[in-house]
Design a protein around this ligand. Structure first.
Ligand code: NAG
Ligand code: NAG
Length: 287
């Protein structure tokens, strides 16, 4: 850790005033996303957000609540929350004085806004909350997890230091991929159930979220069924037309890689140049 600290500090000093993206830029971009994930899972699992140290002096997220979860889903939420909290702590330690404070984060109304955008004509006045029950929690988690994987994959070629920074990014990417796999598998198991009160089958609901991410985030997305669910309304049981697609990949079975603007367009709820949704005032890019 001390090595990474020294390394990143020197990178900050050496960073030339050019448009080239530095390792510090990349790690701070990652820290913004980890602040979002850690706040969401921390509220869902424990009913409280990051403490002042982990926020780095930034404001706490708004709209978070303890999620109403069954015993087993509470276990998954607790484990993932601990990982995301540890990622925030790790990135702060790696970045040292160059670490950004967490920006303003909305983990309340942003969910219903993004989900209504995804549902299009099937949107309702119902205020979707990821804290209401197991299924809604998993759907909320689905919105982020694949985005984290594609963000780290997309950043990898731009990382200069291979031994510490790229190695750390690979370690975080792997954990995000485990998380994404857990969430996708659990959603597929619930695939036939309608999401209340929408009367939309879970596989179709997930497909709508994936379609939105693809539309604004450069394609690079897949729902949990293959071939994709087609937006048909409530069907009581999964039929043979659904096979699982738990691992979203390109044709070479490599994880998708997104650019920073593609990631921002998703977490801003539509456009990389217009802050909104989960980051109402935008991310904190750092110095
Ligand atoms: C903040 O949370 C982290 C992670 O749970 C913990 O290690 C640290 O001691 C906490 N800091 C304070 C000041 O409570
Ligand atoms: C969509 O699903 C419905 C219900 O299973 C089916 O009848 C229809 O043929 C499907 N359409 C396409 C284009 O796959």
């Amino acid at each position: 850790m001390a090595l990474i600290l020294a390394l990143v500090a020197s990178l900050a000093v050496l960073a030339a005033p050019s448009a080239a993206i530095t390792d510090v830029n990349i790690l701070n971009f990652a820290l913004n996303l980890e602040c979002l994930e850690a706040e969401f899972y921390s509220y869902a699992a424990f009913g409280k957000g990051l403490n002042a140290t982990l926020l780095g002096g930034g404001p706490g997220a708004t709209g978070g609540e303890k999620a109403q979860l069954s015993y087993s889903v509470q276990q998954y939420a607790t484990e993932i929350a601990q990982d995301e909290i540890n990622h925030v702590a790790f990135l702060r330690s790696a970045l040292g004085a160059a670490a950004i404070p967490c920006p303003q984060i909305d983990i309340g109304a942003a969910f219903s806004a993004v989900i209504n955008a995804a549902l299009g004509t099937k949107a309702t006045s119902y205020k979707f909350s990821p804290y209401d029950n197991d299924l809604d929690f998993l759907l909320g988690a689905f919105l982020f997890e694949d985005v984290g994987v594609t963000a780290y994959s997309g950043a990898a070629p731009f990382i200069s230091d291979k031994t510490t920074v790229l190695a750390a990014a690979a370690g975080i990417l792997s954990v995000e991929a485990y998380h994404a796999g857990i969430i996708r598998t659990l959603l597929f198991q619930d695939g036939a159930y309608p999401v209340k009160p929408y009367k939309i089958q879970t596989v179709d609901f997930v497909q709508a979220l994936s379609n939105l991410r693809a539309a604004v985030g450069g394609g690079k997305d897949k729902g949990i069924t293959d071939p994709p669910a087609n937006g048909s309304l409530y069907i009581p049981y999964l039929t043979s037309k659904y096979s699982s697609n738990l691992v979203p990949t390109n044709d070479d079975s490599l994880a998708f890689a997104r650019t920073i603007p593609e990631v921002l367009a998703i977490v801003y709820g539509g456009s990389a140049s217009t802050p909104g949704a989960f980051f109402p005032q935008g991310i904190n890019p750092g110095a």
